[in-house]
Design a protein. Structure first.
Length: 54
């Protein structure tokens, strides 16, 4: 039998600000990395990432 526990956190105002800061930082980093991965697929005009068609 699998037993799970769910905990509610009650951060203080200062902790809440730090958590939101880190979540925003991680969201931006993820989106940037995803964008970098998708640049070649979009057919970017950037010569470094351009996919040559024969």
């Amino acid at each position: 039998m699998i037993i799970t526990h769910c905990y509610k956190i009650k951060p203080t105002c200062e902790q809440s600000i730090k958590i939101n800061y880190w979540l925003e930082l991680l969201r931006r980093h993820y989106n940037y990395a995803l964008g970098q991965r998708l640049v070649p697929l979009r057919g970017s005009q950037n010569s470094e990432f351009r996919i040559q068609k024969f």
